[in-house]
Design a protein around this ligand. Structure first.
Ligand SMILES: Nc1ncnc2c1ncn2[C@@H]1O[C@H](COP(=O)(O)OP(=O)(O)OP(=O)(O)O)[C@@H](O)[C@H]1O
Ligand SMILES: O=C(O)c1ccc[n+]([C@@H]2O[C@H](COP(=O)([O-])O)[C@@H](O)[C@H]2O)c1
Length: 214
């Protein structure tokens, strides 16, 4: 029985969509995750404030994961009134769970490329592994020499290692490509286009009922 690998999946989720859910469900199978904690941020460090309130974003998360035991929600960033730096969250998580259990933080490939602009980014692997989902339009090929070198230093393809070691590795997953973004969904809504295949039906209904993003 491999050691449990805890997983956090951070995002703005404005709104949550199938480009979040389908790759992460595939990742869970690929790597052997039994639970993924969705971590909605409060003040995204690198983007505009969300169009919707935290309450609305969490309501959509709850509807998206209804009946899917893989997912739970971690509210800690919403309870902090400052930019949601991942390093702060990981430090707090480790204070609660200790340094011995294995923890993964899940990101998409676009986030991997932006990593050198994250707060104390080189320290992230002192607290977690990073699991990277594929995303159309992005690869792990980077122009940044420092990121390139860092990827070579930390990358592993050994899934067992992710369970055995508590933190320290980067894993580039083989997850399916889903060409969906929250930006595109918000745009489709403004243009009154049909977007209901891009997210779970119940999230679509919630957006319609509450007239979000118009
Ligand atoms: N289609 C996708 N495929 C793989 N990863 C994704 C996809 N969409 C989002 N992600 C990843 O999910 C995490 C949270 O993303 P976020 O909530 O910002 O969604 P987004 O669609 O990128 O939003 P926006 O379009 O508003 O920038 C990020 O690490 C991002 O890389
Ligand atoms: O810590 C940082 O500096 C940092 C910079 C950009 C993004 N993040 C986190 O990365 C996750 C995905 O971010 P985003 O902007 O794509 O929704 C989310 O949990 C953010 O809080 C974190």
């Amino acid at each position: 029985m491999p050691k449990q690998l805890y997983a956090l999946f951070g995002g703005t989720f404005d709104p949550i969509h199938n480009g979040h859910l389908l790759p992460v469900m595939a990742l869970a199978k690929e790597v052997g995750l039994t639970q993924v904690n969705l971590l909605p941020n409060h003040i995204p460090p690198h983007k505009q404030q969300p169009d919707t309130t935290p309450i609305q974003r969490v309501a959509m998360l709850k509807l998206a994961i209804e009946g899917n035991p893989l997912f739970t929600i971690d509210m800690r960033e919403l309870n902090r009134d400052k930019p949601s730096y991942t390093i702060d969250t990981l430090e707090e998580w480790r204070k609660e769970h200790g340094m011995d259990v294995s923890l993964a933080f899940i990101i998409g490939q676009d986030s991997l490329l932006s990593l050198p602009s994250w707060q104390r980014w080189r320290e992230l692997l002192n607290y977690c592994h990073l699991l990277v989902c594929r995303r159309p339009g992005f690869t792990a090929q980077t122009e940044s020499p420092e990121l390139k070198e860092w990827i070579v230093q930390h990358q592993t393809q050994d899934i067992a290692l992710l369970h055995q070691k508590p933190h320290g590795h980067l894993y580039l997953a083989h997850t399916p490509l889903e060409d969906i973004s929250a930006t595109e969904i918000r745009q489709q809504i403004r243009e009154q286009k049909d977007y209901h295949t891009l997210l779970p039906e119940k999230v679509w209904q919630y957006i319609q009922q509450n007239q979000l993003y118009i």
